[in-house]
Write a protein that binds this ligand. Sequence first.
Ligand SMILES: C[S@@+](CC[C@H](N)C(=O)[O-])C[C@H]1O[C@@H](n2cnc3c(N)ncnc32)[C@H](O)[C@@H]1O
Length: 192
Amino acid sequence: MKKRHDHYFNKAKKENYAARSIYKLEEAQKKYKFINSKDNIIDIGCSPGSWSQYLLERIVKTGFVTGIDILPATFAHPKFNFIQKDIKEINYDDIGDTVFDVAISDAMPNTTGDRETNHFRSITLAYTITNFVILYLKEDGFFFIKVYDGRDLTEYKKYLKQYFNSIDVFKPKSSRDESREIYIFCKSFIKN
Ligand SMILES: C[S@@+](CC[C@H](N)C(=O)[O-])C[C@H]1O[C@@H](n2cnc3c(N)ncnc32)[C@H](O)[C@@H]1O
């Protein structure tokens, strides 16, 4: 098991990606094919930046990526606008009238040794992110978000189902087996 983890870490290093997380998004893209070359994308919790890097180097041609994180991004690109802020503090002045085709979030609060605390913090942040995304996502848009599994996941999935035509829980192979992280892929945003 350890060997496989080393594999993703080493691969990311070799391919010049800022984090091994890149392979989780790559797997999701292979499965759902939800991101197109012309898309306007928002990447929430983007630092150090491997997801945005992957999008800009491998997928986005005429589109654009906006990244948000409390921590600095470790790369720059002409089609990448980075906003260093807590997602809770992002407002109209930061985003303006932009609408996004796709919203992705790998954001995770600092973890503790306590799994329940990690779960509750993750779900709380996921609601904040979802409430932000529904303001800025275009009709039929996609949303891909990480959460830590636990007892409030069912309620959170119900919440998402109000806004999307379908949702699917996804555990990438490149995610550590022992981690409770999962991703939720939300298809076709219903804009009211
Ligand atoms: C696992 S890392 C993301 C890795 C990234 N997808 C990549 O490929 O490089 C999670 C990030 O979420 C950010 N984060 C956590 N809480 C946040 C919040 N409230 N607002 C913005 N970013 C947040 C952290 O600072 C951290 O950089």
